[in-house]
Ligand binder design. Structure first.
Ligand code: GDP
Ligand code: MN
Length: 378
């Protein structure tokens, strides 16, 4: 689950990480009032679940309440990477002497949380990682001991070599960032940029947190931070119906039962030169109803040029899936070709149902994926 910058800053504040004040507005007038109350120059910032808002025009400086209103009017309703901006954060414009990067992720390859710091903050950290990886410093945190003070200090001195006062501030922030991450059940936490003001104070002027969905059941206060209005509509709908859906950039719409098979299917789509349009897992016990919702979601994606069903019947019954497909196509017309592969429980019954409705089905996964990819590119 993603949370907004203003929510992450609230978490930071509770953990004692220095963040500028600020308030959220949903209308230009509200933004103006907040700017007036803050006084001086402000920054109006789109609250959407994507990075790179600055580059997309979602972060604007305003030197008067009037300008803040105009900036909010431009940003509210704007689309950034497919998501509509419904809220803006209005916060004092800080003077920036330096921008650094601080972040932490759950790193699967090292089986631990890894903290990262770079004196080259502000811009895309991915670009720094690609071009000058030696400027990203890392510390692996042993889960048995947690972060040790010397690890935080080592990173801090890498950021601000020769500046003890700043390095000490940074070391404290690093410790608190790690604590905030564990406390919220985050899989990623970032401050980019961590700025130095002209007077030498550190401030987190951007904040990002991804929460591990599996941590939510035992953290109701964190779970309440979910803002379904700001999530992709299809993902919200899928979750409500018990499906797992993630939109991707390709054009082969995949509908699969089970996360493992979904991954394998995506791999195979890529192997045959295609690009999956989504990850969609209809789950174990599929009812025809779930299949209908799945097809609605897939067909609503304009990028999809070919649909691929890959069903391995176990608890999932192939005839349920077949009935879902037939019923769905009665309710709405498919505009793109569909390739169906199913095998396992009630396979014969499924084939009968599908053929009765004019569809064909196959049992070989390779063959089906190759065909679906071909149909997407032809
Ligand atoms: P992002 O583009 O989504 O990462 O949004 P950020 O909050 O990181 O803002 C992007 C950039 O805008 C930062 O790297 C800063 O250079 C600039 N910026 C953001 N807030 C302020 C501010 O308070 N004062 C000034 N001068 N620049 C800011
Ligand atoms: Mn940023």
């Amino acid at each position: 689950m993603n949370i907004h910058e203003y929510q992450a800053k609230e978490v930071f504040r509770r953990h004692g990480i220095p963040v500028p004040p600020g308030k959220v507005a949903t209308t230009p007038e509200e933004a103006e009032r907040i700017a007036l109350a803050l006084g001086g120059k402000v920054v109006v910032k789109a609250q959407v679940h994507v990075g790179g808002r600055g580059k997309a025009g979602g972060v604007k400086l305003a030197s008067s309440p009037q300008e803040a209103r105009d900036a909010a009017a431009k940003i509210l309703g704007m689309e950034i990477k497919g998501l509509t901006v419904r809220k803006v954060l209005v916060t004092p414009a800080e003077d920036i002497a330096h921008e650094a990067y601080l972040g932490a992720i759950v790193d699967r390859s090292s089986g631990a949380v890894v903290l990262m710091a770079s004196p080259e903050g502000g811009i895309d950290i991915e670009e720094v990682a690609a071009k000058t990886p030696e400027l990203i410093f890392k510390e692996r945190i042993d889960p048995r001991y947690g972060m040790l003070p010397h690890q935080a200090l080592r990173l801090a001195y890498r950021l601000y070599a020769g500046d003890t006062a700043r390095a000490r501030q940074a070391a404290e922030i690093i410790q608190k960032l790690y604590a905030a991450m564990l406390d919220a059940g985050a899989s990623l936490i970032e401050i980019n940029p961590l700025i130095t003001t002209p007077s030498g104070q550190l401030q987190a002027i951007d904040a990002k947190m991804n929460i591990d969905d599996n941590e939510l059941f035992r953290r109701s206060a964190v779970a309440e931070l979910r803002d379904t209005e700001s999530e992709a509509a299809a993902e919200v709908e899928a979750r409500a119906k018990g499906l797992t859906y993630i939109k991707l950039d390709g054009n082969v719409g995949c509908c699969v039962n089970g996360a493992g098979l979904a991954m394998a299917t995506m791999d195979l789509v890529k192997y045959y030169g295609g690009e999956p349009a989504n990850f969609l897992d209809i789950g174990g016990s599929s009812s025809p109803e779930k299949v209908i919702v799945a097809l609605q979601i897939i067909t609503a994606d304009e990028a999809v040029k070919s649909i691929l069903f890959n069903i391995f019947g176990g608890i999932t019954r192939c005839d349920d899936v077949a009935n879902g497909i037939v019923e769905a196509t009665r309710q709405f017309k498919l505009k793109v070709p569909i390739t169906i592969r199913l095998t396992g429980t009630n396979e014969e019954k499924a084939v009968e149902i599908l053929e009765g409705a004019g569809f064909s089905a196959m049992t070989d996964m390779d063959e089906a994926v190759r065909k679906a990819v071909e149909l997407a590119t032809s």
